[in-house]
Design a protein around this ligand. Structure first.
Ligand code: SIN
Ligand code: FE2
Length: 215
């Protein structure tokens, strides 16, 4: 893979965001092409779709899942579902390489033996965004969220425990991983509207994997 992006040649680094949260820059750059291939394969079985929120808003981010359960939304609410509501078949299994990456990243943040049930896969194209929110549909309120960025860069919005807290803007590049759990588990976060661009791995898109311990 050609290294058109200067970032790809930087050594991995870590930045503590706060107690229970770290940003691992370049943590998975070398594995990124293989991760994107897995996403393509998963999407052949469980297609990306734009979910509708309980309020009737169609999300700009396209989503699919792999793992024991997948996160879905419709007019009745948000939930984790063992089957894809579009096809009524179970979500594709989580590839071993995904589990391995999630566990290694979680361990860097001090969360041992991380065994996520779900991997939500988000696809952003120019203009797509995710408003500030907390991840609170999981029963496990301590295990971390592990978020893996692939393809086009994004501006990650990193707030506090209250919606009104100040929000930091962090640039996330392909291969960067953010982990937040324990005391940071309910931090408000989101993604600013994606800027237009082309990336050698994903074309005009950003792909994000978020691993979750649901049960
Ligand atoms: C999420 O909050 O579920 C996704 C965050 C991201 O796309 O970076
Ligand atoms: Fe989230």
């Amino acid at each position: 893979m050609s290294s058109l992006f200067e970032h790809d040649s930087l050594p991995p680094s870590r930045e503590a965001l706060e107690d229970g949260a770290i940003l691992l820059r370049g943590f998975t750059t070398s594995e990124a092409p293989q991760l994107v291939e897995q996403v393509t394969r998963i999407a052949q079985q469980a297609a990306f779709r734009h979910l509708v929120t309980p309020g009737g808003y169609t999300m700009s981010v396209a989503m699919t899942n792999c793992g024991r359960v997948g996160w879905v939304s419709d007019r009745t609410g948000y939930r984790y579902d063992p089957v894809d509501p579009d096809t009524q078949i179970p979500w594709p299994a989580m590839p071993p390489s995904f589990l391995d990456l999630a566990a290694r990243a979680a361990a860097e943040a001090g969360f041992a033996a991380y065994d996520p049930d779900a991997c939500l896969i988000n696809r952003y194209v120019a203009g797509a965004k995710l408003s500030l929110h907390q991840d609170r549909d999981e029963k496990d309120a301590w295990a971390p969220i592990v978020s893996v960025s692939l393809g086009l860069p994004a501006t990650f919005l990193w707030g506090g425990k209250r919606r009104s807290d100040p929000v930091r803007r962090l640039r996330l590049e392909s291969g960067d991983v953010v982990v937040w759990g324990g005391p940071a588990r309910f931090i408000y976060h989101g993604v600013a509207p994606l800027k237009d661009g082309e990336h050698p791995l994903t074309g005009a898109a950003r792909i994000n994997l978020t691993f979750r311990k649901v049960f």
